[in-house]
Design a protein around this ligand. Structure first.
Ligand SMILES: [Zn+2]
Ligand SMILES: [Zn+2]
Length: 141
């Protein structure tokens, strides 16, 4: 006599989380170097993977940051997600708010000088945000 095995059709929670995380990671990568905010990732996913809630997207982004799959920077107190988890500098346009990578390490002497002058404030000198005006906005002025 065969025993009847009852199986749930819902995938285990762990698998579902993995699938959701993969979708969110794809969205961050698809948005490229625009350094999207969670709302931008969510808007992109509404087209590519509808059905994910904003809370799920936030949870997946948090998990991806802890796993160092993506980076997170705060620009004007808003979390922006980064395809690279390695600390690097950014330019932030004060006209349109666009965020771009700036790949040029600070010279060691500059790092020492700035840190010494900071009165005990620990500077994040591997990930500095430079404010200015982007090329697109400069062309429009
Ligand atoms: Zn701009
Ligand atoms: Zn970046």
């Amino acid at each position: 006599m065969m025993a009847t095995v009852l199986q749930s059709t819902a995938p285990p929670k762990r698998t579902r989380n993995t699938v959701q995380r993969r979708a969110v990671l794809c969205a961050v990568r698809a948005l490229g170097d625009s350094h999207p905010a969670a709302a931008d990732v969510f808007a992109h996913l509404r087209e590519t993977a509808p059905g994910l809630s904003l809370a799920t997207v936030y949870r997946a982004l948090d998990a991806l940051v802890s796993q160092k799959e993506i980076g997170r920077d705060f620009v004007a107190n808003i979390a922006r997600y980064d395809v690279s988890a390695t600390p690097h500098h950014h330019t932030v346009c004060r006209v349109c708010g666009s965020v771009s990578d700036l790949n040029a390490p600070l010279p060691a002497a500059t790092v020492r000088r700035l840190q010494n002058a900071a009165n005990g404030f620990q500077l994040d000198l591997d990930a500095v945000q430079f404010s200015g005006v982007c090329a697109t906005c400069r062309a429009a002025i």
